[in-house]
Design a protein around this ligand. Structure first.
Ligand SMILES: [Zn+2]
Length: 343
């Protein structure tokens, strides 16, 4: 049972802790040449990346979305905090007017940060409860479809996955999973979409030597049956191994969190395909969890809260003042500072 006490006692390894601070919390606070300019450039870069999306949306008749994205994150409120022991300073995003449009580069970046952190928290906790586990990365595909059939095709994919996940062979080895939908591949032809699933599977430590081990051909057989097709669908399955300085669980998270619709790919679509993608992905769920991960990950929270990234010892940090930045001519500039009353 995962109680709040257990959650608060998660011990991160040093490497993992370093990774969790990937949002550059200890950034230089001010740009010496222009102290009014936001020194951390990530926010401006993501906002500028939206320029072509704004134009494309307007051109294709999505005026509402276009203006939503245009004003996304035009105000940023940061909390400047001091570590009560070390006296280090850090800047953390506290509030912003995010548009939450599915394909907004800024909002997707925030969603990805939260998703990565939530997954890492969950896997760390899982290994503390269950001991060592192994991770598999599974890619399930179907034949390309006309872009007008995107919604139907994703529905079929999800149903097929559900069917496969109920089989004895699947349930005997999979402890939990995280599933992400991707709709366009790197080589997808104009007029077509390539709906496929990227799935991170958690299996027992003994999986590769167990009698329940599933070979590539066995996975293909299972997927073909679940998808109810007469062709042999393309499928990839591989174990996730530690990479460079990362632990296996960190590699696992990076494998799955890096997938989404590529921004350049989306804005590069023909107008007809672009319209189909925007119209047919309304209310579509791109992420889901199953098994042991279902109770550990709050996907709704990730979708909604683009600011708060919890999971560390916040009580060690004290807010000393607030900075309010506005978007002006292609960059963020400081509008004012609010000093926090220390009572
Ligand atoms: Zn946005």
């Amino acid at each position: 049972m995962i109680t709040p006490e257990v959650k608060n006692n998660i011990q991160f390894s040093e490497k993992c802790q370093a990774y969790l601070t990937f949002e550059n919390e200890y950034v230089k606070l001010y740009d010496k040449k222009n102290p009014r300019k936001l020194a951390e450039q990530k926010h401006a870069k993501k906002k500028l990346l939206n320029s072509d999306l704004i134009i494309k949306l307007e051109k294709c008749g999505f005026d509402d979305y276009s203006s939503k994205v245009e004003f996304c994150a035009s105000n940023l409120v940061f909390s400047i905090q001091e570590h009560i022991e070390t006296k280090d300073l850090r800047r953390r995003l506290k509030d912003a007017n995010f548009c939450k449009f599915r394909f907004c580069a800024t909002c997707n970046w925030r969603r990805n940060l939260n998703l990565t952190r939530e997954l890492l928290n969950a896997f760390t906790l899982l290994e503390q409860i269950k001991g060592e586990v192994k991770y598999l990365f599974l890619t399930l595909t179907m034949k390309n479809r006309p872009s007008s059939e995107l919604k139907k095709a994703v529905g079929e994919l999800n149903k097929a996955f559900e069917r496969m996940s109920k089989t004895k062979a699947f349930k005997s080895v999979v402890m939990g999973y995280f599933k992400a939908v991707e709709i366009i591949g790197s080589k997808t032809k104009s007029g077509e979409v390539h709906p496929h699933l990227h799935i991170l599977l958690i299996v027992p430590k003994s999986y590769f030597k167990s009698r329940y081990y599933l070979s590539h051909s066995k996975w293909v057989e299972m997927w073909k049956k679940a998808l109810k097709v007469d062709y042999t669908p393309v499928l990839d399955v591989r174990p996730i191994k530690p990479k460079r300085n990362l632990l296996a669980l960190q590699s696992a998270v990076l494998e799955v969190a890096k997938y989404s619709v590529k921004h350049t790919k989306l804005v590069g679509l023909s107008d007809k395909d672009f319209k189909n993608v925007i119209n047919q992905t309304k209310n579509m769920r791109f992420y889901s969890t199953g098994g042991i991960l279902r109770e550990m990950i709050n996907l709704a929270k990730i979708e909604e809260e683009l600011v708060i990234l919890d999971g560390e010892k916040e009580e060690l940090w004290r807010e000393i003042y607030e900075e309010i930045y506005n978007w002006e001519n292609g960059d963020y500039f400081l509008e004012r500072i609010n000093v926090v009353d220390d009572e």
